[in-house]
Design a protein around this ligand. Structure first.
Ligand code: PLP
Length: 345
């Protein structure tokens, strides 16, 4: 095959990245509505060592890794450095994992995080799709299909619906022996993690990000937690220095000040519950999201109509095949969202 044919295949088959046009109230990317605290930005810049800026800086750096170990550890489990690595956002980790496991059978359960399929498509990797049944994993269809030649990508809480899968569903997947990439991008909003189970299950990897709870989407910092051999293999495939010195400094300082972010997470959760109740009282079918967004099930025609009404008021949300996903904003933004929704139904 010629290089021209490759270029043409990519231009024909791979979705182009569309940069986001920001409306005044932009709730389409599940970002944190609160800016990174100015006082911490000052601390970051003060702690930058000029003699390091011209050098390649390890990722993760020793300081960052130490903070991650402390952050992950619980009363009954102490994480170890060799169980952790980092990526330029959780997205880069997903990309690298797809590269590592491109010859295995990759599974996703739609509706799910769209990037799994988008990245696989870019890499020419085939993805098997087994839609959820309602909000549950279709274990009937999957029975006999999954084994150690398979890799499953599953967000928990799920994106776009925001619901948490039941523990028994996660254990069912782990027992198939397939590698389970459990994407806990929204962990801080759900409070539910399976990270300590990496001690017991060699086929479990956890993904996390600083883009959501820590208000650091611009800095591109994600991490992976799994057994040391998987981490070692990941480190051999990913690019060295993949997370910048500045990005790591931001993340390290965020972890050292985690209470500030925990307090904001609490506020976002409160607003999430207020939004859910308001939407339910309009008669909408709202699921029990445990993330920093809410999801409303709507038929296609209504999805389009409501989406346009919101846009007219300068509010952008995410349109999906099954309804609308809306990030929780600041209280005043949520007030306007509720008011506009009321008027558009
Ligand atoms: C489930 C899930 N995983 C990963 C990501 C990407 O995270 P990052 O910004 O760290 O690349 C997102 C972002 O929306 C997400 O929803």
């Amino acid at each position: 095959m010629s290089f021209k044919a490759v270029v043409e295949r990519i231009r024909k088959d791979v979705e182009a990245y569309q940069s986001e046009t920001r409306s005044p109230i932009y709730l389409a990317l599940n970002e944190n509505p609160y800016p990174f605290p100015e006082e911490l930005i000052r601390q970051c810049f003060e702690s930058i060592d000029p003699s390091k800026v011209n050098l390649y800086v390890d990722s993760p750096s020793k300081e960052f890794l130490k903070e991650l170990v402390d952050y992950l550890s619980t009363d009954s489990w102490r994480a170890r450095e060799e169980q952790i690595s980092v990526g330029n956002g959780a997205d880069e980790i997903i990309y690298v994992l797809l590269l590592m496991f491109k010859d295995l059978s990759i599974y996703v359960f739609p509706p799910t995080y769209s990037c799994y399929e988008i990245f696989a498509n870019a890499l020419g990797v085939k993805v098997n799709k087994v839609p959820l049944r309602g909000e549950r994993i279709d274990t009937k269809t999957l029975k006999g299909l999954l084994n150690e030649d398979c890799v499953v990508f599953l967000p928990n809480p799920n994106n776009p619906t925001g619901h948490l899968f039941e523990e028994e569903e996660i254990f069912w997947l782990l027992k198939t022996k397939a590698l389970l990439i459990l994407d806990e991008a929204y962990f801080e909003f759900s409070g539910k993690t399976f990270a300590p189970l990496i001690e017991q299950f060699q086929n479990l990897a956890i993904l996390r990000t600083f883009s959501k709870a820590f208000s650091l989407a611009s800095q591109r910092i994600g991490y992976i937690v799994a057994n040391p051999s998987l981490i070692d293999a990941y480190n051999r495939v990913r690019l060295p220095y993949n997370v910048s010195y500045l990005g790591q400094t931001f993340a390290t300082i965020a972890l050292r000040n985690k209470r500030i972010f925990q307090e904001r997470v609490r506020k976002i959760i409160e607003e999430r519950e207020r939004l859910k109740n308001a939407l339910r009282s309009m008669g909408l079918k709202v699921n029990d999201s445990k993330a920093n967004f809410v999801f409303v099930y709507l038929e296609r025609e209504r999805t389009e109509r409501v989406y346009r009404a919101l846009l007219k008021r300068g509010i952008t949300v995410r349109k999906t095949e099954f309804g609308l996903r809306m990030a929780v904003g600041q209280p005043k933004q949520n007030d306007l969202l509720i008011e506009t929704l009321e008027g558009s139904l």
